[in-house]
Design a protein around this ligand. Sequence first.
Ligand SMILES: C[C@H](O)[C@H](O)[C@H]1CNC2=NC(N)=NC(=O)C2=N1
Length: 97
Amino acid sequence: MPRPPRLSPDDVAAGLRSLPLWSGDTGGLHRTVQLASFPAAVAAIVAIADVAEEMDHHPDVDLRFRTLHLTLVSHSEQGVSALDLELARRIDALLPA
Ligand SMILES: C[C@H](O)[C@H](O)[C@H]1CNC2=NC(N)=NC(=O)C2=N1
């Protein structure tokens, strides 16, 4: 399936307006969340992995003890695409606010 093109700065900004837990720009979307424990954070990564595999679109993940740093970018497009906005929405449905 063809991958969607990267979005303009205005379109990324518009997408972020419906993703209040995220920040970023055309270089990437970012969210940091603290989970209850290290095992809980690993379990969250596993749940995110299932969504990423289903979408064939994967986050950049950095876990420091209970703090999970997520960055979403479309590497093949060297920017943020609609897939990143959709993945952000699906991650928000998995994680505590
Ligand atoms: C072959 C496979 O479809 C590609 O490598 C996918 C995998 N997941 C991906 N995830 C992200 N974030 N960007 C990509 O360009 C990408 N490409």
